[in-house]
Design a protein around this ligand. Structure first.
Ligand SMILES: *Cc1c(COP(=O)(O)O)cnc(C)c1O
Length: 464
């Protein structure tokens, strides 16, 4: 290699060969992904060792790098793009959102400030307005575009912490938490671990939580909430991570507002119900909360790295996430970093915008209700086959159990090994369950029937 690094990279941009190469690998990947086993084979995982080497000393060959990534990397991926991966809560990708991400990746924009990227600021503004409208939230609600619900919840709790302490005459930004009035977090034990983590990062440890009893579906029993006051942050769930259940937001939010408490809604996958015709009723009263965290990368099927914090107390959020510096130029137009913990970040608003623009309100409705329909189908077919369905299938989550915990565990292991579909485990009311999450636009009726067949075979093997 006699040319300089700079010459080499100019040449790569000019010839475009590596981009064509990546495109052809991507095409091969998407062609195969729907048919592939739903978990990488052991051999593919062992092959990952081919990546192991010390940090190279010399410049590599661009084409060889892509070739290695495809040859070794692609077979070791989980085919979440397809229709039979039901693990965790994992969406697929809407094709045009993926394509928009490619283009946006080439732009390499930083949406921290308007002056850094007018186009990103514009698309984020649109996404904010569209989401507020889709979810039926108060008109003054602002949105921050972050990596996922973990970070969105962090922002919501940061705004709550700032707001409640400010009202108590305590500026947390200057004084910190030492000696501050004590905040209480009211939640059910079924809240997602990311909420506890966000609280801990904000100096509100587990001891700040007061746990409220749940009903059979994992919803807060509103009458059993402790006495609320203006030092309380109440956490509600739009979509319990096991059962998919929704709180009675109307009662909870009204009680909280009356007491001067703040309500944060973890709506990572479930808030999308608010954007539908048939499932909207699940979220009744959710608009009365103060902040909402939601993912674009789960139910909406936007690419990963797509979470949104929505907050109807803009001052609290902006103050909580404040940052200043002599070189910072604020614009009367949108400065994304006012609403996020990060300064520089990827412009994930681009693919969110593309997904929303492509789907339209009708498409969001069709997508989300379709996930629900497939979940109901799965529950029905498994019930007929003698499995026990442990939850009311109100949204996209189905929990399944066999006669004993041992048989359930063995059935799950067999399903996972089958390559036909993939679902993980959880505990529900003291029992071992298999937890199925229908999140992919690509899941067809035939995929559900085929997956139920895999469950039946897996249980037969467990019983043999
Ligand atoms: C996935 C999930 C989260 C965490 O979201 P990330 O996007 O993974 O950070 C939080 N709450 C619920 C209910 C979830 O399903």
């Amino acid at each position: 290699m006699t040319n300089t690094l700079q010459d080499a990279m100019f040449q790569q941009l000019k010839s475009k060969a590596i981009f064509e190469q990546a495109k052809s690998y991507a095409g091969a990947y998407t062609d195969g992904v729907m048919q592939r086993d739903v978990y990488p084979k052991d051999a593919a995982i062992e092959d990952l060792e081919q990546f192991s080497e010390p940090m190279p000393v010399h410049r590599g060959d661009a084409s060889d790098i892509l070739s290695l990534l495809h040859k070794v990397g692609s077979p070791a991926t989980l085919p979440t793009l397809g229709g039979r991966y039901f693990g965790f809560v994992t969406g697929s990708v809407i094709p045009v959102a993926l394509a928009a991400k490619w283009l946006s990746d080439v732009w390499d924009q930083n949406p921290a400030m308007y002056v850094l990227s007018p186009v990103s600021a514009k698309l984020e503004s649109l996404c904010q307005n569209w989401l507020v409208d889709l979810f039926g939230l108060p008109k003054n609600t602002v949105a921050g575009f972050v990596s996922g619900s973990s970070m969105a919840t962090f922002c919501g709790l940061a705004a709550a912490r700032y707001h409640l302490l400010k009202q108590a005459g305590w500026d947390v930004n200057t004084k910190g938490l030492n000696g501050a009035p004590k905040l209480r977090i009211i939640a059910s034990r079924q809240i997602h671990g990311t909420v506890i983590k966000a609280a801990a990062l904000l100096g509100l440890g587990v001891d700040s939580f007061e746990w409220v009893d749940m009903d059979a579906e994992g919803r807060i029993i509103a009458e059993n909430m402790p006495k609320l006051d203006e030092r309380c942050i109440v956490i509600g769930q739009a979509g319990n991570v096991n059962s998919g259940a929704f709180e009675d937001f109307e009662i909870i939010c009204k009680a909280a507002r009356k007491a001067g408490a703040w309500v944060h809604v973890d709506g990572a996958f479930g808030l999308w119900a608010a954007a539908t015709t048939r499932l909207k009723h699940l979220t009744k009263g959710v608009n009365l909360a103060h902040s909402w965290s939601v993912d674009g990368h789960k139910t909406l099927n936007a690419p990963y790295d797509n979470g949104i914090i929505l907050c109807t107390e803009p001052d609290a959020m902006v103050n909580a996430l404040q940052l200043s510096g002599d070189y910072i130029v604020h614009s009367p137009k949108r400065d994304g970093m006012l609403f996020t913990p990060e300064m520089s970040r990827r412009a994930h608003g681009t693919e969110l915008w593309a997904a929303l623009k492509y789907l339209g309100k009708d498409g969001v409705d069709e997508l989300v209700c379709g996930l629900h329909d497939r979940a109901v189908q799965m529950a029905d077919e498994l019930r007929v086959a003698g499995f026990e369905i442990m939850n009311e299938v109100v949204f996209n989550q189905v929990m399944v159990a066999c006669e004993t915990d041992d048989i359930t565990n063995q059935t799950m292991a067999n399903v996972q090994m089958s390559g036909e579909c993939w679902a993980g485990g959880s505990k529900w009311h003291g029992r071992q369950v298999i937890r199925i999450s229908i999140c992919s636009w690509a899941t067809t009726k035939a995929d559900i029937t085929r997956s139920c067949r895999a469950f039946i075979d897996a249980r037969a093997m467990a019983n043999a």
